[in-house]
Design a protein around this ligand. Structure first.
Ligand SMILES: Nc1ncnc2c1ncn2[C@@H]1O[C@H](COP(=O)(O)OP(=O)(O)OP(=O)(O)O)[C@@H](O)[C@H]1O
Length: 268
């Protein structure tokens, strides 16, 4: 979906990414509008992480344009407006820092930009810890926590920066249901404050009520962009190069993005 709002938090126009000469993302059009919660689904290797890395400027795109809040990513400097929770990695466990220190590191960019008082920093860190349910673990070493708790520390770090746009890459992978519910509550509060959220997920579970739109990736392309789908239903969206969707005469080479109507037709 392209955007009529030039200042939308995220606008990708015909974005392609190649890694080592291999095309990973192809001609991706995607807009995430202010205040929306968009979930990105798709099979393993379909390009979801690559897409969010292109959106967060971690990976250069080879074609097309990526804009954040209306600014081409090459010129974007307002990084405190963006929070990013990367895919869970074992790295967090090796960090010799307390939970509070890691969460406070999420304030660094904002502090330079706005110079708020240290009291404001403390309040933001405390609030983020409470949102993810780790206030009573603030003085613990991160390595003392379980994997699911470490993931919540990273989420709290992103929340502490009070981002306008929060991008999360599979925050619920390997997380039990109560922790998924805690995360859904946290994201609900952030949404209530007007934040925009782009969420890569395998399990939607308790997040479903928050979701405004689903985008399904397949083979580096957008295969569906429309009303919210569960993971199970999304797995039935068709391949964008499915021949049944070629135009008359088979000369339509434009990638086909399934509309909700297409999808309903296929689900019958
Ligand atoms: N650094 C890299 N070097 C080489 N290939 C890569 C690299 N990163 C990703 N890829 C390839 O790009 C494709 C898309 O990967 P990506 O991680 O974006 O998919 P994904 O949809 O996020 O998958 P998953 O659900 O498993 O995280 C895969 O085939 C992957 O092997």
């Amino acid at each position: 979906m392209t955007s009529s709002d030039p200042a939308a938090p995220v606008v990708l126009h015909q974005v392609s990414v190649a890694i080592g000469g291999r095309p990973i993302l192809r001609d991706v059009d995607l807009a995430v509008h202010s205040g929306e919660v968009v979930t990105l689904l798709g099979p393993n290797g379909s390009g979801k992480s690559t897409l969010v890395r292109a959106v967060t400027g971690l990976l250069p795109h080879s074609r097309g344009t990526v804009r954040l809040f209306g600014t081409p990513i090459e010129d974007f400097r307002d990084w405190p407006r963006l929070g990013f929770v990367p895919q869970r990695s074992s790295a967090a466990g090796g960090v010799p820092a307390t939970v509070r220190e890691v969460v406070a590191s999420g304030r660094v960019g904002r502090r330079r930009l706005l110079r708020p008082s240290r009291a404001a920093d403390r309040r933001a860190v405390q609030s983020a810890l409470e949102v993810v349910g780790l206030a009573d673990r603030a003085a613990f070493g991160v390595s003392q926590l379980s994997g699911g708790q470490q993931q919540r520390v990273l989420i709290a770090r992103a929340l502490a920066g009070e981002p306008d746009l929060l991008v999360l890459d599979e925050p619920t992978a390997g997380v039990d249901l109560p922790n998924q519910q805690a995360l859904a509550d946290a994201l609900g509060r952030l949404k209530g404050r007007g934040a925009t959220i782009l969420l890569v997920a395998h399990e939607i579970g308790p997040m479903m009520p928050l979701i405004d739109r689903t985008v399904v990736m397949r083979d580096g392309r957008v295969a569906y962009d429309g009303p919210p789908l569960t993971q199970e239903v999304a797995s039935h969206t068709h391949h964008p190069h499915d021949h049944t969707h070629e135009g008359p005469g088979g000369h339509d080479h434009a990638p086909h993005v399934a509309s909700p109507l297409d999808f309903e037709r296929r689900a019958r």
